[in-house]
Design a protein around this ligand. Structure first.
Ligand SMILES: *Cc1c(COP(=O)(O)O)cnc(C)c1O
Length: 352
């Protein structure tokens, strides 16, 4: 391999593209699969735990895998602009891929609930950002209506090309492990990604690339757990803003993935999420955003319930980069100490 060419070129035969598709790529994908031995000792002793570090994508989240395809297909269709509702990462990815494609990007975000890093990404790439005094679910409803007119292409995960692109993450995990894991754990918001992974694993099996399929397990935040509770949550609340969703767009598809894979969906509290968030950073040197840590918090919960077979391989997807949301990192960490600029004071502060 001279250079990784991005998920469309690397997984072209599994994707709905033709010679006529103008490929818009930032060379996304090829993200690290990190073995997490120290973290496993704490959260799931005896389990072979891996982290799929999707924060290593060009805009810092897995959304890039779907956006490369959605924007390429929008360009092929010669739309006038792309549009999305977003809890942050979709708008960051849409803004970047739109800039690369030369397409105008319009994004609707819930005012006050977008992590700073994500908002600044959308702005710097030149997207037109509109904050609504409402939540993600309301933003998505408005965007869906506006995109019924043909010039605007909706690039939320209800756009089927998004999930097609995102399924490449499952294929990469198989390529990296040499097989599928026994259990694959993801945070769940709109439930598109868990659906996409399941599709990816199934297609890789059908292509003879893997023998066995994993169980798909999803975790929602307790204050935003409509699928677990079996009812829409009108006012979802969680520190994990990327999964602060009360009416998931891919609800029924996710339930199917869970059923077909003999998996499960459950929830974790914000406290459990933030504990896992610090542990991942402190034990493994991987900085993810709070929503991502719901997967590891979930593994910990499964382990406590005795639901992880000894010696099994478990992969957690860490969906986004920690730098997206520096505020939360600051809030859960001790304040740095400030001293005079002398050797003595520094030594005293270090207590050595
Ligand atoms: C989008 C996103 C999620 C949720 O993914 P869904 O496909 O909506 O379930 C989780 N974590 C991060 C960081 C995200 O950006």
């Amino acid at each position: 391999m001279i250079q990784w060419r991005g998920v469309i070129e690397e997984y072209r035969k599994f994707l709905p593209v033709t010679e006529a598709t103008p490929v818009v790529s930032l060379n996304e994908g090829h993200t690290p699969l990190v073995q997490a031995k120290q973290l496993a000792q704490i959260v799931c002793p005896g389990v072979d735990l891996y982290l799929k570090v999707e924060g290593a994508n060009p805009t810092g989240s897995f959304k890039d895998r779907g956006m490369t395809l959605a924007v390429s297909k929008a360009l092929e269709k010669k739309v006038r602009a792309v549009m999305c509702a977003s809890t942050g990462n979709t708008s960051a990815a849409a803004a970047a891929y739109g800039a690369k494609a030369g397409l105008p990007v319009y994004v609707l975000v819930p005012a006050n609930y977008i992590a700073l890093g994500k908002l600044s990404q959308a702005m710097i790439h030149g997207a037109r950002v509109i904050q609504i005094k409402g939540n993600f679910d309301q933003a998505l409803n408005i965007v869906k209506e506006l995109c019924q007119e043909d010039e605007f292409e909706l690039v939320n995960s209800i756009n089927p090309f998004r999930l097609e692109g995102q399924k490449t993450a499952a294929m990469e995990v198989c390529d990296q492990l040499g097989r599928a894991p026994v259990i694959h754990v993801l945070p769940v918001g709109n439930a598109g990604n868990i659906t996409a992974y399941w599709k990816g694993y199934q297609e890789y099996q059908a292509a003879g690339q893997i023998r066995d399929l994993p169980q798909m397990v999803g975790f929602q935040a307790e204050g935003a757990a409509p699928i677990v509770r079996g009812a829409i949550v009108e006012d979802p609340q969680t520190v994990a803003t990327a999964i602060r969703i009360g009416n998931p767009a891919s609800w029924s598809l996710a339930l199917r993935a869970i059923r077909e894979s003999d998996g499960n969906i459950d929830m974790v509290t914000d406290e459990q999420i933030l504990q896992a968030y610090r542990m991942i950073a402190g034990e493994e040197g991987v900085f993810c955003e709070p929503a991502s840590a719901a997967s590891v918090a979930g593994v910990r919960k499964m382990n406590a319930a005795g639901r992880l077979p000894e010696g099994s391989t478990v992969v957690c997807t860490l969906t986004g980069h920690g730098l997206k949301d520096p505020e939360t990192a600051k809030n859960v960490s001790p304040e740095p100490q400030t001293v005079q600029a002398t050797r003595e004071e520094v030594v005293a502060a270090l207590s050595i």
